[in-house]
Design a protein around this ligand. Structure first.
Ligand SMILES: C[S@@+](CC[C@H](N)C(=O)[O-])C[C@H]1O[C@@H](n2cnc3c(N)ncnc32)[C@H](O)[C@@H]1O
Length: 220
């Protein structure tokens, strides 16, 4: 049966320097996690761009990476194609889609990748403690999730963990309030560095999509 008949549609992501594309299946019916969001593309290409340059601090080979709210898994898959050992996480209902996309892209993985259930705010089990990187794309979008998401970021991260968070600034409805509340809460425990556009992928970048490096504040 064709993909479209089974309710899937494909999103391909080009690789820098040629090479086989990532092939990400999206589901036409389902919640927000079933499609690749623009912030996920910007973050994936940022990871690829920053590891492409030799003088970059962000080389992912052999690094432990946990992604939160992975959706289709595109960001984690890109990190694993760059050599990282990745755990992509999301709610129970996204696990099938994550596993399909892992299977379809396994030939690109040079590190490792697996999917696990992780609901924000719940006790973190079976995940590497204090991973090198935590990746988060387009996860600031509803009020009730802000504190649980921050709790998970805090529970998982150590002093050396770099959280790379990418979000699309939205001006509609409640979005500005939700974003500013998130950053207000975030600043209690974390330091934030915004990555300028000229350090992002030349093509996959946008004025309204922000890439941030977030680290735990050292309390004296
Ligand atoms: C807007 S989607 C972004 C998906 C993907 N990161 C991307 O950018 O394409 C938000 C994701 O967060 C997940 N999510 C929402 N609430 C969550 C929660 N309480 N615990 C874990 N994941 C959650 C959703 O299932 C969804 O996959």
């Amino acid at each position: 049966m064709a993909d479209a008949e089974r309710g899937y549609f494909l999103r391909t992501v080009e690789r820098r320097g040629g090479g086989p594309q990532l092939r990400i299946r999206q589901r036409s019916a389902g919640d927000v996690g079933c499609v690749v969001w623009d912030a996920a593309l910007v973050l994936s290409k940022y990871l690829e761009t920053s590891s492409f340059y030799r003088d970059s601090l962000h080389v992912f080979s052999g690094k432990n990476v946990v992604e939160l709210g992975s959706g289709t898994g595109v960001v984690g898959l890109m990190a694993s194609a760059l050599g990282a050992n990745v755990i992509v996480t999301d709610l129970e209902e996204l696990q099938d889609l994550l596993n399909i996309n892992i299977k379809d892209n396994m030939h690109l993985v040079t590190g490792s990748i697996q999917a696990k259930v992780l609901k924000w705010g719940e006790t973190v089990k079976d995940l590497p403690s204090e991973p090198d990187y935590i990746l988060v794309a387009d996860c600031i979008y509803y009020e009730q999730s802000l504190e649980p998401l921050l709790r998970t970021m805090k529970d998982l991260s150590g002093n050396k963990t770099c959280i790379i968070l990418c979000y699309e600034e939205r001006t509609m409805g409640n979005n500005p309030k939700i974003e500013s509340r998130f950053f207000e809460l975030l600043q209690t425990d974390f330091e934030i560095e915004e990555i300028p556009l000229d350090r992002q992928d030349e093509e996959y970048r946008s004025e309204d999509i922000h890439v941030l490096h977030i680290k735990r504040k050292r309390h004296h």
